[in-house]
Design a protein around this ligand. Structure first.
Ligand code: IVH
Length: 685
């Protein structure tokens, strides 16, 4: 081999080791060691070297994780050591643990005076069992359990899982088979289902089905996009390995080889140790990031395991001790809607009470109308209800086979044309999944949100009116709509928690100051959907007065630059709601005022018609200051670069916006350039 090739070979080896180390830190230890960009750079360097030197490409290279072609079917794999299942203790109380310990003691011939048996205790993961075969440290095969004797070769899919090392760390034996569970984290499951639904693909009922479906996916390129995880819990065949004396040490050794082993494991003694673990994990279950359906107890000594042996296909030395199920069947009695803080109407299932995930559930979310349609859930159906982790119970799916006759469908907009909380009218945008109450200023469900927004720094700027205070004011029914703020007295305020007379005076002064505002701030403060600060300012400039804005129809609104049909519709809907108009009139009557002018000419200011994008940090001007200067001369500041952008003003550490501007060949200014432009137009105008 020539010198040059061996240098490449050394670099390839170093890169693989480094990438494997980062994968282990990120996917196994959950403690990332380098920024993504740096990782990507290492990865690309390795890829380039392998393209240049194809003979250096090996199956344990991280570049070879996704590469397999779609399969027609999975080849069968005969397990060298059968994959057994464990007996399940269905008594979910502490007595379940005592029964197992008593059985083990009896089988071992232990009497009352003999010491406690030592157990390794761990979680029972809710996924599917996989056997990983490593020969001389390299992953050569991954197989499902199948019937325990013969499984399926799912190597190309398992290889895409970056928490599964392609090469073991440290001294590897000739052969070692590591067994464990492939599962999906709850957050990954929800993300996957969201993406599936958006793409119009089928969604999964629970994380276990999602994991099983993904592992049995014939196209490894699709499997690679499925967020799968793995925990090791045991061994299959081993050759040339010095087996430790206990199961606990086996797990330690597996972790040292670089595989994920769950941290929630212990070695305990006797029935009390088992029951304590069962109880501790029960308390933790909801906060775990993945589903478990119980815990597993294993006699720790491998010698005692051998003595105990098996009955049929189950070892006498292990048992799964269950928890109450997280899914249950019940009947959907009706559907009501709940109004959220932002006015979103969520359909809520009224259920025949059912015990699931440790509590009795009577309500569960149905998310939105599209979800109801997609799942075809109807009132009167038998449904699967799921309550896992801290998440709100949800209706997963109807059991169509149990449906009797023609059950009515739920139509949110027909059944709830008006908000069940405030009676304002309900709308749903064409491209939106969610239906909303339009009574933003008036609706009790949206009160807190609306008040906080109204008082915000960029809106009416009422200093000191934060969320804690809003909570108190609304909960005590002192404030219902923004108008009530202008009717507050010191007495009502001073009695609130953490509010002395001084702070009450300060708040009242801030409220008083806010009476005198600008039209733009006032429009923004109303909290109209899709109307941000910039749009509020455009509207104020264009219409000049509130009455002109109130009188505008969708067509007139779309004359305003940057107001399209969606924004126009939001504005029309908001002002069409009489409750909102009432609050606006009351605010004016309470003395909230601003200078009103004539509608601005379309081209006011020397920078009119010019759109700026600010990126990076300018040497002396803050972003708000630069924006104010540009807007003072009629220019517009937009958030993203497009063909419509006139100038990009770039400061230090400008990122992708600058790159995009260069790609589009736009004019790029620095702060000096901007100042020059401003001064020029100043004198010209
Ligand atoms: S040990 C001989 N440990 O439960 C014992 N299994 O019915 C073999 N499982 O197919 C299994 N968590 O998929 C073991 N900590 C754990 C487990 C576990 C989940 C699954 C596994 C197996 C089934 C047993």
């Amino acid at each position: 081999m020539d010198l040059f090739a061996s240098a490449a070979q050394q670099r390839v080896r170093a890169l693989r080791e480094e990438i494997a180390r980062h994968d282990h830190a990120y996917y196994v230890l959950d403690a990332p060691t380098i920024p993504d960009a740096e990782y990507d750079r290492l990865f690309r360097e390795l890829q380039a070297l392998e393209v240049e030197h194809p003979d250096l490409r090996t199956p344990d290279s991280p570049t070879q994780r996704v590469g397999g072609k779609p399969l027609a079917q999975f080849p069968p794999v005969r397990h060298r050591v059968p994959m057994l299942s464990i007996r399940t203790e269905t008594d979910t109380e502490a007595s379940g643990a005592q029964a197992f310990d008593a059985r083990v003691r009896r089988e071992l011939g232990l009497g009352e005076g003999d010491p406690d048996v030592e157990y390794a205790v761990e979680l029972k993961f809710d996924g599917l069992a996989i056997n990983l075969r490593y020969e001389h440290g390299v992953l050569v095969q991954a197989a499902t359990r199948g019937d325990g004797e013969t499984g399926e070769d799912v190597s190309s899919n398992v290889r895409t899982m970056r928490c599964v090392p392609l090469r073991l760390k440290g001294e590897a034996p000739e052969v070692i088979e590591i067994r464990g569970e492939v599962y999906m984290r709850r957050d990954d499951f929800e993300g996957l289902n969201r993406r599936q639904a958006e793409a119009g693909e089928k969604t999964f009922v629970n994380p276990r089905n999602a994991a099983a479906g993904s592992i049995r996916q014939l196209d490894p390129a699709i499997a690679a996009k499925r967020p799968l995880s793995f925990f090791a819990y045991g061994l299959g065949e081993t050759v040339g390995w010095q087996m430790p004396a206990t199961h606990g040490e086996v797990l330690d050794a597996i972790a040292a080889f670089g595989l994920p082993v769950c941290e929630h494991r212990r070695v305990v003694r006797g029935a009390t140790g088992l029951a304590d673990f069962h109880a501790d994990i029960a308390g933790l279950r909801d906060s775990l990031p993945f589903d478990i359906d119980g815990v597993v107890y294993k006699v720790n000594s491998l010698e005692l395991q051998r003595q105990l042996g098996f009955v049929t296909r189950e070892p006498r030395w292990a048992v799964a001790h269950k928890y109450p199920a997280q899914e249950a069947l019940t009947v959907l009695r009706g559907i009501e809607v709940q109004v959220g803080r932002t006015g979103a109407l969520t359909p809520v299932a009224r259920l025949e009470p059912v015990f699931v995930g440790g509590v009795t559930v009577t309500n569960a979310t149905l998310h939105n109308q599209d979800e109801i349609d997609r799942k075809d859930v109807r009132i009167g159906d038998w449904v699967i209800v799921r309550r896992a982790g801290d998440v709100i119970p949800e209706v997963v799916a109807p059991v169509i086979e149990r449906r009797q006759g023609d059950l009515p469908r739920f139509r949110l907009l027909e059944q709830f044309p008006t908000c069940p909380v405030c009676g304002s009218h309900v709308v749903r945008g064409e491209d939106e999944a969610v239906a909303r109450c339009t009574g933003g200023l008036f609706c009790p469900a949206q009160r807190k949100q609306a008040l906080l927004h109204f008082a915000g720094r960029r809106a009416m700027d009422i200093e000191g009116l934060g969320d804690k205070l809003v909570d108190q004011l609304v909960d005590a029914a002192i404030v219902k709509t923004p108008v009530d703020l202008y009717r507050l007295g010191v007495l009502a305020l001073a009695n609130l928690e953490r509010m002395g007379e001084k702070s009450a005076q300060n708040l009242l002064a801030a409220i008083e100051r806010s009476r005198s505002t600008t039209l733009a701030r006032f429009i923004f403060a109303l909290g109209i959907r899709n109307v941000g600060e910039a749009t509020a300012r455009d509207l104020a400039r264009h219409f000049g007065s509130l009455d002109a804005l109130l009188a505008a129809d969708a067509e007139a609104l779309q004359q305003v630059e940057d107001v399209g049909p969606i924004v126009a519709r939001s504005i029309v809907e908001f002002f069409a709601e009489p409750h909102n108009r009432e609050v606006i009139e009351q605010l004016r009557a309470a003395g909230v005022h601003w200078p009103e002018g004539a509608p601005a000419p379309a081209a006011g200011g020397a920078l009119a018609g010019k759109t700026f994008v600010l990126t990076g940090t300018l040497p002396t001007l803050s972003r708000d200051e630069a924006k104010a200067l540009i807007e003072a001369q009629g220019g517009k500041v937009a958030g993203s670069v497009s063909k419509k952008t006139t100038y990009v003003v770039a400061g230090a550490e400008a990122g992708s916006k600058l790159t995009k501007a260069q790609e589009l060949g736009l004019d790029v200014l620095d702060e000096d350039g901007l100042r020059e432009l401003l001064s020029k137009t100043d004198t010209n105008s």
